[in-house]
Design a protein around this ligand. Structure first.
Ligand code: ATP
Length: 294
C-alpha cells in the first residue's frame, strides 16, 4: 500500500554548547572572526509543522518568544519558499514547544530555524541538497548552518565556516540558566580585544581531543570578559561548578548559560540539586545519533 501523503511533521531542534570561543579581529563587515567548537546536546525544542491554506502561522509555548515575522522560523520558511515557489505553494503552521532557554547562548532560535528548513524540505519534498540548505541557513544567522548537520564541528569565520569533527565528549553536561536573556550583539559590542590575556594561536580541536582537563587555563570563552563584568553572579556560578567537582566549566556562546562537565553521574546529580537556587538546571549529554524526525 502507498504511504499516505504527510501533512504534518514533528522535528527535534537540538541545542548546542561552545567548547571554547576565541574572538579574533573585527572584519570590515563589522563581524568578528571567531573560532569555536560547537557540540550538539540532547536538550531540544519540539517543532511541529504542517501545510496551511491560511498563510504563515507561528505559535510558541513560551510567550517571551516573538512570533510572526520576528521569529527566525518564519524567515527560514519565507526564504525557502522564495527559492522554490513551484514546490512550496501553501503556507505553513509552525508550533514551537520551547525547552531550550531563550537568550542563553544555546542557539535555540538558530536551531529552530534549521529544523524548519529540514522539515519543509521533507514535508514538501523540495529536493534541495544539504549544501544549498546550509547556504540558505547562513543567511539566517551564523549558527544556523551548524544545526543542519548537527554534528560536532570546528566553526570559523562568523561561525558559519564549519569543519565537522569526529568527537565524543563522554561527559555529563550540567547546564545552569540564571534566567537572564543576554543579547549576542551586546556581548560582542562590549568585547575588548586588549583585555584578553589568553595564549593566542591555540588549536582548539587539538586541545579538546588531547585531554581538555589539562587545558582549563587555555580554553576560554572570550565573551566571559564583558558578560562577567556586567553580571558578576555568572562568574560565581562558574567558580561553584568547579567547587562541585566539574572537570571543566565555561559560559556557552554569549551566555547566560554556564555548563560544567562531569565524569560521574552521581556527582553531576548532586550538583544539579545544589544549583537549583541559581536558576533552571538541566543534566544532559552530547547528541550522538542524528535523529531529528519524531
Ligand atoms: P544566539 O544565536 O544569538 O547566540 P541565543 O542562543 O543566545 O542566540 P536564542 O534563544 O536564539 O538565544 O534567542 C535570541 C533572541 O532571538 C531571542 O531574544 C528572541 O527575541 C529571538 N528569536 C527569534 N526566533 C526565536 C526562536 N524560534 N526561539 C527563540 N528565540 C527566538
Amino acid at each position: 500500500m502507498k504511504n499516505p501523503v504527510r501533512r504534518m511533521i514533528s522535528i527535534r531542534a537540538y541545542a548546542k554548547i561552545n567548547l571554547g570561543l576565541f574572538i579574533k579581529e573585527r572584519r570590515s563587515d563589522g563581524f568578528h572572526e571567531i573560532e569555536t567548537i560547537l557540540l550538539p546536546i540532547k536538550l531540544y525544542d519540539k517543532i511541529n509543522i504542517e501545510k496551511s491554506l491560511k498563510g504563515t502561522i507561528i505559535e510558541c509555548s513560551d510567550p517571551s518568544v516573538p512570533v510572526h515575522n520576528k521569529n527566525l522560523t518564519y524567515i527560514a520558511f519565507q526564504k525557502l519558499r522564495e527559492r522554490y515557489p513551484s514546490k512550496i505553494k501553501e503556507g505553513i503552521k509552525i508550533y514551537i514547544e520551547k525547552n531550550i532557554p531563550v537568550g542563553a547562548g544555546l542557539g535555540g532560535g538558530s536551531s529552530d530555524a534549521a529544523a524548519v528548513l529540514l522539515g519543509v524540505r521533507n514535508l514538501w519534498n523540495v529536493g534541495v541538497s544539504d549544501k544549498i540548505l546550509k547556504m540558505i541557513a547562513s543567511q539566517l544567522g551564523s549558527d544556523v548552518p551548524f544545526f543542519i548537520g548537527c554534528k560536532p564541528a570546528l566553526a570559523k569565520g562568523r561561525g558559519e565556516i564549519l569543519k565537522e569533527i569526529d568527537y565524543n565528549i563522554k561527559r555529563w553536561i550540567l547546564l545552569i540558566y540564571p534566567d537572564l536573556n543576554i543579547s549576542t550583539s551586546w556581548a560582542y559590542k562590549n568585547f575588548n580585544f586588549i583585555l584578553t590575556n589568553r595564549v593566542k594561536n591555540i588549536n582548539l580541536e587539538y586541545l579538546i581531543k588531547k585531554n581538555f582537563l589539562k587545558f582549563r587555563n587555555l580554553i576560554f570563552n572570550d565573551l566571559e570578559i564583558p558578560v562577567f563584568s556586567k553580571y558578576p553572579q555568572l562568574r560565581e556560578i562558574k567558580e561553584n561548578l568547579y567547587k562541585s567537582g566539574a572537570e571543566f566549566a565555561l559560559m556557552s556562546g554569549s551566555g547566560s548559560c554556564l555548563y560544567g562537565l562531569f565524569k560521574d553521574k552521581n556527582r553531576a546529580e548532586k550538583a544539579l540539586k545544589k544549583f537549583k537556587k541559581f536558576g533552571n538546571v538541566y543534566l544532559t549529554r552530547q547528541v550522538l545519533t542524528q535523529k531529528i524526525f519524531e
